[in-house]
Design a protein around this ligand. Structure first.
Ligand code: UDP
Length: 237
């Protein structure tokens, strides 16, 4: 593969990716397709950290909107990310890579508790690092956890796969004439009110100079193509 311009990356994977064409749970076919893409990149020498969501299992806000306690619901959401992280970690391990799953919600018989120091050492040692449990606090999302972990782990870039191939001037599904940006600054994203990630996540990325690459998850070039600059995408920052 063409060489990645990045030595260490943080990949944000939405929970829905693991559900594939189902609305709930983990479909092995999609789990392994994601793991294959990650393994390919990791085997080429890129250090890979991953944050995964839980949209395929549980979203706190959706439950709170129906009367559930928000804090409890968010704790349940965070537990969902632990399930996904264990599944993805296992699938990546099956591709022949060393994997460490850390949890930001302490649960010592399930995963090591996340510390930036340990996770940094593991990455430098060639482990794929999966960061479970979001930020460990309610009222946040795994987008925010992804920005936070990318900064803590000194990643060169945060990759966010979405349904569209980058950041557009408007929603391309509503306006087919919307323009896609090749590159755009954090400031411009804010000024134009383009929703790349939720506000807390984006503010962290902006304040810490963390570049974000937004790409389409179904791009045939896959993650390696994105890193090699062959896939359509937008670079923020
Ligand atoms: N969550 C949380 N704190 C965090 C990260 C996640 O409370 O730092 C909870 C929250 O309820 C959220 C759920 O975990 O709805 C799943 O995360 P997210 O919605 O970001 O998953 P995704 O949409 O990426 O699959």
């Amino acid at each position: 593969m063409a060489k990645s311009a990045y030595k260490r990356i943080l990949l944000k994977v939405s929970g829905e990716v693991l559900a594939g064409d189902q609305s709930f749970g983990i479909e092995p076919k999609f789990l392994h397709a994601m793991a294959d893409q990650i393994a390919e990149v990791a085997k080429s020498g890129v250090q890979v950290a991953i944050v995964i969501g839980a949209g395929n299992i549980f979203r706190g806000m959706a439950v709170a909107a129906k009367g559930g306690d928000r804090v409890t619901s968010d704790l349940m959401g965070m537990l969902g990310t632990v399930i996904n992280s264990l599944a993805l970690g296992d699938a990546i391990e099956q591709k022949g890579l060393k994997v460490k799953v850390y949890s930001n919600v302490p649960m010592e018989t399930v995963a090591d508790t996340f510390t930036a120091r340990d996770a940094n050492l593991a990455l430098a040692d060639g482990y794929v690092v999966v960061c479970a449990g979001g930020t460990g606090s309610p009222f946040f999302t795994t987008d925010t956890a992804a920005a936070l972990k990318a900064i803590e782990l000194r990643c060169d870039v945060l990759l966010k796969g979405t349904k569209v191939d980058g950041v557009y001037s408007e929603d391309p599904k509503k306006n087919p004439k919307a323009l896609r940006f090749e590159t755009i600054s954090h400031e411009e994203v804010i000024a134009k009110d383009l929703r790349v990630m939720d506000t807390a996540a984006f503010a962290l990325a902006r304040d810490n100079g963390l570049p974000i690459i937004v790409y389409a998850l179904d791009d045939k070039e896959g993650l390696k193509g994105v890193l090699a600059g062959r896939a359509r995408s937008t670079r923020v920052g």
